[in-house]
Write a protein that binds this ligand. Structure first.
Ligand SMILES: *[C@@H]1O[C@H](CO)[C@@H](O)[C@H](O)[C@H]1NC(C)=O
Ligand SMILES: *[C@@H]1O[C@H](CO)[C@@H](O)[C@H](O)[C@H]1NC(C)=O
Length: 503
């Protein structure tokens, strides 16, 4: 209603929607302006770490969670990455953390947008498998070669681990201007690994070789820090092996992982302000709902997105709001110091509880989804809308995850959420969590039929692979050409799964 100096700026470089659709949704860093980053969340974590409040560490002493606090840098726009040392002697690279894929892949050749790459020839422990591997996203892709090598994580579990590495030799739209990472760490399940699930994902290797519990947790601290500035990135923590109590406030609520490929969860209900969207709950999970740190925004199926935007417009107290803001083609700018957050409602997502007749809700405040971008001319504060429509499912991306400490409890097939200690300003948290609520009135299964399609394709793929293996053995015996060609054809089929990937 009373709104001073609301301006909508059309930014021509935003007309390219690709900014939001590319894999990992990394901003190209086209905004240049100096901005004072709010580093208080980081300092807070450091203080907690130094005070030695945390008692969590495993009895075997392989993991010390305190060493892992603040081991990430980055923000939702450019992604969160951690330092790893690859090969012998070690080569240091920054690796993006992505819970929406399952390959560990690093640049192995020069590219204009990266400063350095992993030089396989210089590592005495690198072993090539001479298998080709390719990952194709909706936009952007890379191709390379599979191998294995030793890695160590300076701020992770101690010791060297042998892992599968995809050496990226060529890529298109994967590395982008302004990023400060040279590789990607896919933390999802083997089913998503390329070229097939026999390529053991990084975290599976870590658990098998170090014996740490099959759990990792993520705290991403970029909330409120303008994306795509030229300044230092914010930070976060990837705790491997468990849960670090100093990173969350209040209880952890768990939701079951429905299928182990992405971290697929079941969304029962959405609310904007106090208003239930009242859609059929299947709409929220069409064709799946996943938790993905490699996606910047909260992405919603088209119908759900429309309903959310309509409800926000009704309740936002802003009369003449341009639609361009909601479709991501415009920024909304206010006079400096005129915080817009009080004009917008909270958004709540209800997730199925581990007791399936119950649910709990995670709530994000506008501070998380009305995101500061940068100062355009020194007198304005500009913001983008942190929610976007999706053609292939609901994605709980960094926009939401930044409000929570998120626990990927693979051992118990569940994902936990608790309010993050770094998502707050002046003691006011940007996220809330509440439960339990009765799941009555909600279908007992909000996902039926939705996810079968692709697993069925995997069954077909495995069957074909089995057939292929038999043929290979016969052919080898006969000393004729190996099966490689057949398998390549088949990989093309499998990649439909990747093409449907939400990024
Ligand atoms: C961004 O910074 C570069 C180098 O300082 C400058 O050449 C360019 O004009 C700037 N772009 C904008 C949009 O201000
Ligand atoms: C699950 O939730 C229902 C509804 O609140 C409750 O009646 C039931 O006792 C719970 N079951 C367990 C095992 O806690």
């Amino acid at each position: 209603m009373r709104l001073y100096g609301l301006l909508l700026l059309s930014l021509t470089f935003w007309k390219s929607h690709s900014v939001f659709k590319i894999p990992l949704n990394i901003f190209a860093g086209k905004f240049n302006a100096s901005v004072q980053l709010d580093l208080r969340p980081l300092q807070k974590n450091e203080a907690a770490a130094k005070s030695g409040l945390s008692l969590a560490s495993d009895p075997a002493g392989i993991v010390n969670f305190l060493d892992m606090i603040n081991n990430l840098k980055g923000d939702s726009g450019r992604g969160y990455y951690m330092q790893m040392i690859i090969g012998t002697p070690g080569q240091t690279l920054n690796i993006l953390v992505d819970t929406g894929s399952s390959n560990f892949a690093v640049a192995a050749a020069a590219h204009p947008y990266i400063t350095h790459y992993f030089n396989r020839a210089l590592s005495s422990t690198y072993q090539s498998t001479e298998r080709a591997v390719a990952v194709k996203y909706t936009q952007g892709e890379w191709e390379g070669e599979l191998g294995t090598d030793l890695i160590t994580i300076p701020e992770g579990p101690s010791g060297a681990i042998t892992i599968n590495i995809a050496a990226i030799l060529t890529s298109e739209g994967f590395f982008l201007p302004g990023i400060n990472w040279q590789g990607i760490l896919g933390l999802a399940y083997p089913l998503l690994a390329r070229p097939d699930p026999s390529v053991e994902p990084f975290f599976n290797s870590v658990v098998r070789q170090t014996g740490i519990p099959d759990v990792f947790s993520l705290q991403m601290c970029g909330a409120g820090v303008p994306a795509s500035t030229t300044g230092d990135p914010a930070g976060g923590s990837l705790i491997m092996g468990g849960v670090e109590p100093t990173l969350h406030r209040g209880p952890i609520w768990y939701t079951p992982v429905l299928e182990e490929w992405y971290y697929q969860v079941e969304v029962l209900k959405l609310e904007v302000g106090d208003q239930n969207l009242n859609l059929d709950c299947k709409e929220y999970n069409s064709d799946k709902a996943i938790v993905d740190s490699g996606t910047t925004l909260l992405r919603l199926p088209a119908n759900v997105f429309t309903a959310v935007v309509d409800t926000i417009m009704q309740t936002s107290l802003i009369d003449d709001f341009s639609a361009g803001f909601f479709d991501g083609t415009k920024l909304a700018c206010w006079m400096r110091g005129e915080s817009p957050w009080r004009f917008f409602p909270k958004v709540s997502i209800y997730l199925r509880g581990t007791n399936t007749s119950q649910s709990f809700r995670i709530t994000i405040l506008p501070q998380l989804y009305i995101q500061p971008v940068t100062d355009i001319d020194g007198t304005l504060d500009c913001f983008r809308f942190g929610i976007s429509p999706s053609a292939n499912g609901l994605v709980i991306g960094a926009t939401v995850m930044e409000g929570f400490y998120v626990i990927f409890d693979r051992a118990q097939k569940r994902v936990g959420f608790a309010v993050s200690t770094c998502a707050e300003n002046g003691g006011v948290p940007f996220a809330e969590i509440a439960g339990p609520f009765l799941a009555e009135g909600v279908a007992s299964d909000c996902t039926s039929g939705m996810t079968l399609r692709e697993p069925v394709m995997w069954v077909i793929a495995y069957t074909l692979m089995g057939v292929c293996a038999v043929v290979l053995i016969i052919l080898l015996v006969l000393l004729i050409l190996p099966c490689r060609r057949h398998r390549d054809d088949e990989i093309t089929d499998e990649s439909s799964l990747v093409r449907h990937r939400i990024k």
